[in-house]
Write a protein that binds this ligand. Structure first.
Ligand SMILES: [Zn+2]
Length: 442
């Protein structure tokens, strides 16, 4: 059944009949489906890697009104995957640049831009004006906000997320299947799950996943096909394997379950631990202070908790390497009379590492390198400014070495598993019968 009621349909003009003729030839879309697309109002949250193909294909398909929410400016590092922008758009607000591109593609589409951050204060009002939401965001507070708002407003939430070479897509619709919180009741600890800005992403991957989202939006509007409700499509683009996981509604879901405990929007920054005051209790050192202390020759040991493939990009001289996952098990190796300084890429995972060791009973002095090795490369040793999210590009010579550790059969493991199973219970079950190929079960 289509999301768009009959009383909103209008006739197509002669130009529209010509432009959309390849849709009109499909009996599953046809004139009726195209009129529904024209009447539809779709909100794209995030004009990034996912939002780019989403908005482009929806505009091309003749979706009548497209809302775009984003508060960022176009940066050089976006252009590797955010194909809605061009080099000339650098430093422009993403919403304005996207609107220009979409208008050029299809002047019949009405573009409504929101150059702002979606928050608990504005989300219901903005989302309430649309028929369907497509979530192309890259952060947990906005994902939970969009997920909850869609449950309250009874809107479908066409969802995708990506990391490195892997992506997932589904349609959350609490009336017909699970919602975001049925799958992920609570967020992962802050800093534990690296973002694409930290872990990198294959540029074409959001192109594939965002296009899947566009297909799902169009199916919901036209009212045909089999929507991805209650199913999640998982793709590993490096191995080019895909698998489908069945997602069940959680009867105890805090938002859409039988006895919901969340009945209004909350403070999602706080919910996701991003305003956790405990972070301030952990002593930290700046990159400059760490350099001075190392040069002073005091009793100090730097502990690098990054993964091996990250260290291959940037080795911290004199540091002992203990990946995050082994810290608690190996804490007996540390001398409690020596000051430990924990380092990671941006100084977030290292905070979590210190907390984990404290909770495990480690009593020695521990410090966090503020802003991680990025700050070290920036402030102490600019020759190291090859670390990929600093905004500096890897040199040609260094790039192959940087990429190699991510390749091969282990590529889908390691850090990226946090992406697929970031939290608590994974309520979805592998539905073997629906796998395209039984040998690809994860
Ligand atoms: Zn739910």
């Amino acid at each position: 059944m289509s999301l768009i009621p009959d009383d909103r349909l209008t006739e197509l003009t002669r130009e529209e009949l010509s432009r959309y003729s390849r849709h009109l030839l499909l009996p599953e879309v046809g004139l009726d489906g195209q009129r529904r697309l024209k009447a539809a109002r779709v909100l794209v949250v995030g004009a990034g890697g996912l939002g780019s193909p989403l908005a482009l294909y929806l505009a091309a398909a003749g979706v009548g009104t497209l809302g775009i929410v984003d508060c960022d400016l176009v940066e050089a590092s976006n252009l590797q995957r955010q194909v809605i922008f061009g080099t000339r758009d650098l430093e422009r607000p993403k919403t304005a640049a996207a609107a220009d591109r979409l208008k050029g593609l299809n002047p019949d589409v009405r573009i409504e831009t929101y150059n702002l951050r979606l928050t608990s204060r504005n989300a219901l009002q903005i989302i309430g004006g649309y028929d369907v939401v497509a979530d192309g965001t890259d952060n947990y507070p906005t994902r939970y906000l969009v997920g909850d708002a869609c449950v309250f407003l009874k809107k479908p939430n066409v969802y995708a997320s990506i990391f490195q070479f892997e992506g997932q897509a589904t349609v959350f619709d609490a009336r017909r299947g699970p919602c975001y919180r049925c799958l992920y009741p609570s967020p992962p600890p802050p800093g534990l799950v690296p973002s694409c800005g930290e872990g990198g992403v294959m540029g074409v991957l959001p192109g594939i996943l965002g296009t899947i989202q566009a297909a799902e939006v169009i199916k919901l509007i036209v009212g045909g096909g089999r929507p991805l409700i209650g199913r999640m499509h998982l793709l590993d683009a490096w191995l080019m394997r895909s698998v489908e996981v069945r997602l069940d509604k959680d009867p105890d879901c805090p938002v859409c379950g039988r006895n919901p405990t969340v009945t209004e929007l909350v403070d999602y920054e706080q919910f996701c631990g991003l305003r956790d005051t405990r972070a301030e209790e952990i002593p930290s050192v700046t990159a400059g202070e760490l350099r001075d202390r190392l040069e002073g020759g005091g009793r100090i040991q730097v502990v690098d908790i990054r993964e091996p493939h990250e260290r291959s990009l940037f080795r911290f001289e004199g540091a002992v390497s203990v990946p995050f996952g082994q810290l608690v098990r190996r804490m007996g190796e540390f001398d409690p009379d020596v000051d430990l300084v924990f380092i990671c890429k941006i100084g977030q995972r290292s905070l979590y590492a210190i907390r984990a060791l404290r909770e495990a009973g480690y009593g020695g002095p521990m410090y966090n390198l503020r802003d991680g090795v990025n700050a070290w490369a920036r402030e102490v040793d600019p020759s190291l400014a090859v670390y990929w999210p600093c905004g500096a590009l890897l040199s040609e010579a260094e790039a192959p070495a940087a990429v190699r550790p991510l390749a091969g059969p282990g590529a889908g493991e390691g850090l990226s598993r946090w992406h697929f199973r970031p939290v608590g219970t994974f309520t979805g079950r592998l539905s073997r019968s629906s796998c395209r190929n039984s040998s690809v079960n994860r």
